[in-house]
Design a protein around this ligand. Structure first.
Ligand SMILES: Nc1ncnc2c1ncn2[C@@H]1O[C@H](COP(=O)(O)OP(=O)(O)OP(=O)(O)O)[C@@H](O)[C@H]1O
Ligand SMILES: [Mg+2]
Length: 511
């Protein structure tokens, strides 16, 4: 590289890391410059999180060196990482409920009055000033639990910078964020870069990488593919570097629709959440449910699965009244749901891949005496691991040892194993790499060919357009528009316009 040699803030050389049965990193080198946003990309299980956890001192490397501002760090630990200015901001920031933003920013060190009480005035004033220095205008008296996920991340980044961090690691920060919060986070990150902070940014959203990053490092199977300035890349080139091959995006071919109604919803109302929702999911159909955060689409899926009250109205499943009170009841009726937040109820991390996939279908695998047929169980799980390309050292690996995207694939396998009649998916491909995305979408398509009715809650418009027979747009709790596959109006622009309220005038035109 011929650019002026500004010394890297962080340099990792030949990092090797092995877990039992897995070589997670096979000699990876990586560096970050001051004031740079450096994206780290690669397929699920490529080693991205592991590399960053080593940099943050969570695990020791087997071999290889870490330098910070030219100085070799003999033994990295989380305390040492903090000392030398490296901070990892989690996707889901942990906080103590009940504390205000200001208290959270100051941690244990609250300013005190002469009398030994907490000096609230000073606390709030200083917290406000600190955040303002980074361009964040937030009422610091608010409780942490009222703050949006993106704001929490920004507060956490700010907090790391107050503690003199100069390199901030963001591991898939945007996965749980609605679109407008992504932009808010990006503007914040760019502003801080301008002030000299460096960011390491892990993401599967390649558009985001191009939007944000100065350079990109690609890992594949624990190996370094290369580090390239973003300006020298195109998206197809990057996809090729990531997967080692060209990956076609999956477009669901036109399918004969017109199957039996599976889930019929008539005038469903849940005050303040959604109103007058009427829609039918037919066998073999994929219906997209989109809208702004809080517009009712996600809540409808949660309600139908018994995670939240469903509301009042008429709902039938295969012609029979459907009013479930719990997820287990929904599952036993044949309605499965993939949550957006896989850490919530998708999986049990300490249990094995095999247990997780077969957990929800144990009674089907049991014989008349109630014994589990272990051969059938193994065969079923093995089949899922293969078709979904789940990267695991073995079926008995605890799921928490899998990479994030591979955990998501386990959740999908688990749902498919229940052989549902209706499948509700909330952002099904979030956090999975381009190839896994294709695999997941293909499985969904296969299910529809077997007569399953599918609803996808998402704001990934290109994915909805590729997959759905119909896309319904929610706005403030109502379905305001319906787009049909194959019509020329099913374009991202038109859908986006409806999502943002541009279709309000036709609010009642859709039945
Ligand atoms: N604690 C662990 N025990 C055993 N294996 C592990 C552990 N942590 C990670 N691995 C394995 O190391 C490999 C790299 O995982 P890592 O989490 O770094 O991938 P990643 O690139 O972050 O993937 P994703 O995009 O899916 O998050 C994977 O094969 C994973 O199963
Ligand atoms: Mg990861």
């Amino acid at each position: 590289m011929s650019e002026p040699a500004s010394q890297p803030v962080v340099e990792m050389r030949d990092i090797v890391k092995t877990f039992p049965g897995v070589r997670a990193l096979a000699g990876v080198s990586f560096d970050v410059r001051p004031g740079e946003i450096h994206a780290l990309v690669g397929k699920n299980g490529a080693g991205k999180s592991t590399l960053m956890q080593i940099l943050n001192g969570l695990y020791p490397q087997d071999s290889g060196e870490i330098y910070v501002r030219g100085e070799k760090i003999e033994r990295m630990s989380t305390a040492r990482a903090k000392d030398v200015g490296i901070a990892l901001v989690a996707q889901h920031v942990k906080f103590v409920p009940g504390l205000s933003i200001a208290e959270n920013i100051f941690g244990g060190n609250l300013p005190q009055t002469a009398g030994g009480f907490v000096d609230w005035k000073r606390l709030n004033r200083e917290a406000t000033e600190r955040l303002r220095r980074f361009g964040l205008e937030i009422d610091v008296r608010r409780k942490m639990e009222t703050v949006s996920v993106a704001e929490r991340q920004m507060i956490e980044i700010a907090r790391a910078l107050f503690a003199d961090a100069s390199v901030v690691i963001l591991d898939e920060p945007t996965a749980p964020l609605p679109k407008h919060e992504v932009q808010m986070l990006f503007e914040f990150v760019r502003r801080l870069r301008a002030q000299g902070a460096s960011f390491i940014y892990i993401s599967h959203y390649l558009e985001e990488v191009f939007e944000l990053a100065d350079r990109v490092t690609v890992l594949r199977n624990g190996e370094l593919v290369g580090t390239v300035p973003t300006a020298e890349l195109t998206q197809p080139k990057l996809v090729k570097l990531i997967s080692g091959a060209d990956v076609e995006r999956f477009r669901r071919p036109p399918r004969e629709v017109g199957g039996e109604p599976v889930l019929e919803i008539v005038e469903l109302d849940r005050p303040g959440v959604y109103e007058d929702v009427t829609l039918t999911l037919h066998a073999g159909e994929v219906v997209g449910l989109t809208g702004l955060e809080g517009s009712g689409n996600g809540a409808l899926a949660r309600g139908l699965f018994g995670l939240e009250p469903m509301g009042d109205g008429r709902v039938t499943l295969a012609g029979k009244p459907y009013a479930v009170l719990s997820p287990s009841e929904a599952l036993s009726r044949g309605v499965a749901y993939l949550p957006r937040d896989r850490h919530g109820l998708g999986i049990v991390g300490i249990r094995s891949v095999r247990d997780n996939i077969s957990m929800s279908v144990l009674n089907r695998l049991a014989n008349a005496l109630g014994f589990i047929n272990v051969f059938r169980e193994r065969a079923m799980v093995q089949r899922f691991v293969e078709t979904l390309g789940i990267k695991t050292a073995g079926l008995t690996q605890p799921v928490e040892n899998l990479s994030g995207g591979n955990q998501q694939k386990v959740v999908v396998a688990k749902l498919v194993a229940t052989e549902p009649r209706a499948l509700l998916l909330d952002e099904p491909t979030q956090g999975v790499d381009v190839q896994a995305k294709v695999e997941i979408l293909r499985i969904v398509d296969d299910l529809t060919r077997r007569g399953v009715a599918v609803a996808i809650v998402s704001d990934e418009l290109s994915e909805l357009i590729d997959m759905c027979d119909r896309i319904l747009v929610f706005y403030r709790g109502r379905i305001v528009r319906e787009f049909q596959k194959g019509t020329d109006v099913m374009t991202p622009e038109r859908i986006l316009d409806a999502i943002e309220g541009g279709a309000e005038e036709v609010a009642h035109a859709v039945a």
